[in-house]
Design a protein around this ligand. Structure first.
Ligand code: MN
Length: 515
């Protein structure tokens, strides 16, 4: 395959690089939910994780490998035997497995991180690719920090790893240092100088530290790259990766210029973006291209007038093409179990019968409080369903008095599921949320600092559910909690208790382990 090939492979790394975003951490159930959404979006390759790093990562890659039908499932591995073998084990159930192995090739990485010579790094890369090809038919190699690697050496290593059997060679701009024109020149140089380049697909993986991730990726496509590594909502280390939705819609909308095809079902872009935002707890800025709330909103009178007369006056894409539509009323009090199930399936969510039953119970409770139930309400509930938080302590009830000159006071009743005791206590605080948190800490005996607290309305209207996302920390541990409710104080209390429960379980586990 060569430059003339006109299809760009979309390689999604939301579950690997995206999951490394500071503040985002997904449990296995959440990763599987996102993987199913990516399959519906029809991405070509899903990088499902880095199996050697933890048993959880291994398990997630393995389950995604066994549950998904169509996409290639990729596991990441350093250029060492243990990593590669572990990745192969995790990918074993996959219909189309790919092992992705990498090593740092720039002088900075060679000298400081690896302390190895050019020759040693080259040998490790070749050996890794050779080993990987004995375990999978599809192997990808990445010379990490390629954009800061000496060009002659990069040419040598790309050629050697293609020779060793890499079907895809990825050129990462690991630190987001590249500039579009120069990055395109680099890719063009490789096409010129790597003698066997027609035997591999050249890929790029661009970080967004200078806000150039998408631009660099597109410039590379013009120069012949035929795989782009990207992530939903641009998640990833630091400032993130090239955003999948922007790359895909740029290639689509400007096909006149790029002349390439992408295989995605773009009408799934907005729903997938929403799901990823909800499950990672990292929301999308309003004016974000393609998937932001304002992406298709026209404010100026002249623009609105133009749009009404002829949409193309001020719109280069149809909102429907990316799955952006007016929030629709979907369900209400009288909707039954079947309607709920149908809607869940239509949204691309995959739930077990038991999870659906639980969801239906919660749906009924919510429908009593809130007349109109939107897709976002369902996503928020599913998200809670997937949180799999252990429930050592359960919230039974709470009561708040605050306002004006009063000292905010919370009375909270909590059940300890281990002993079945119910404890009631009261505490004061700077505000109602602080009072609740002080009280929960008093009852559970777990003191922690609140590191982050975010609240947002799940949908529109004054009866909208509030979603509270928090992060708490003790000296040794950090934990996240999330909850939704029409009552924001209740959501605040439940989110905190979730985080407390995780800390309680992990502290207990550590104590048992040390005994
Ligand atoms: Mn990366």
């Amino acid at each position: 395959m060569s430059q003339t090939q006109d299809r760009v492979v979309i390689f999604d790394t939301t579950l690997r690089d995206g999951e490394q975003s500071p503040g985002a951490s997904l449990n296995t159930a959440e990763k599987i939910e996102i993987a199913h959404a990516l399959e519906r979006l029809k991405v070509d390759v899903i990088e499902a994780g880095f199996p050697i790093t933890s048993p959880d990562d291994f398990e997630a890659v393995r389950r995604i490998s066994s549950e998904l039908e169509y996409p290639t499932i990729c596991g990441l591995a350093r250029a060492v035997e243990d990593d590669i073998v572990r990745a192969a084990e995790a990918l074993e159930p996959a219909k189309k497995p790919r092992i992705h192995t990498f090593i740092g090739t720039s002088p900075l990485h060679r000298d400081h991180q690896l302390r190895k010579s050019k020759r040693e790094v080259l040998d490790m890369a070749v050996n890794a690719v050779e080993l990987a090809t004995t375990l999978a038919d599809d192997v990808e190699f990445s010379p990490m920090d390629a954009s800061r690697t000496e060009l002659d050496y990069l040419v040598e290593i790309v050629e050697a790893t293609i020779e060793a059997g890499a079907g895809t060679v990825n050129i990462p701009d690991t630190v987001g240092y590249a500039i579009p024109e120069r990055f395109a020149e680099l890719i063009a140089e490789l096409f010129e100088r790597v003698s066997n380049i027609d035997r591999a697909i050249i890929s790029v993986h661009c970080h967004n530290d200078l806000g150039l991730g998408v631009s660099n990726s597109l410039a590379a496509v013009r120069a012949g790259a035929r795989q782009v590594e990207c992530s939903v909502n641009g998640l990833g280390e630091r400032a993130g990766n090239a955003s999948l939705e922007e790359v895909v819609m740029a290639l689509r909308t400007r096909k006149d210029y790029f002349g390439v095809d992408v295989g995605l079902d773009t009408t799934r872009l907005v729903p997938t973006s929403k799901l990823v935002a909800a499950l990672t707890g990292i929301s999308v800025q309003r004016n974000k291209a393609i998937v932001g709330r304002n992406a298709f909103a026209h404010e100026s009178g002249i623009h609105q007038d133009g749009i009404l007369k002829e949409r193309q006056t001020f719109e280069i894409m149809n909102p429907e093409d990316v799955g952006a539509r007016q929030t629709e009323l979907v369900l209400g009090k009288h909707s039954g179990r079947h309607a709920l199930r149908a809607r869940i399936e239509e949204m691309g969510l995959v739930l077990s019968q038991e999870q659906l039953d639980d969801l239906f119970e919660r749906f009924k409770v919510l429908a009593d409080k809130k007349k109109e139930i939107y897709d976002e309400d369902l996503t928020a509930m599913v998200e809670e369903e997937l949180a799999e938080a252990p429930e050592l302590f359960q919230l039974v009830s709470f009561q708040i008095s605050s306002g004006g000159e009063m000292v905010p006071t919370a009375t909270v009743r909590i059940r300890d599921t281990a002993t079945d005791d119910t404890v009631t206590d009261a505490a004061t605080g700077d505000g109602p949320v602080d009072a609740i948190y002080n009280c929960i800490s008093r009852i559970t005996g777990i003191e922690c600092r609140l590191l982050d607290y975010e609240i947002r309305a799940v949908t529109v209207g004054r009866d909208a559910q509030g979603e509270v996302t928090i992060q708490v920390g003790t000296d040794a541990l950090k934990a996240n909690g999330r909850a939704v409710s029409t009552d924001i104080l209740e959501a605040s209390a439940r989110a905190y208790l979730r985080a407390i429960n995780q800390i309680a379980v992990r502290t207990e586990g550590a104590e048992n382990a040390s005994q």
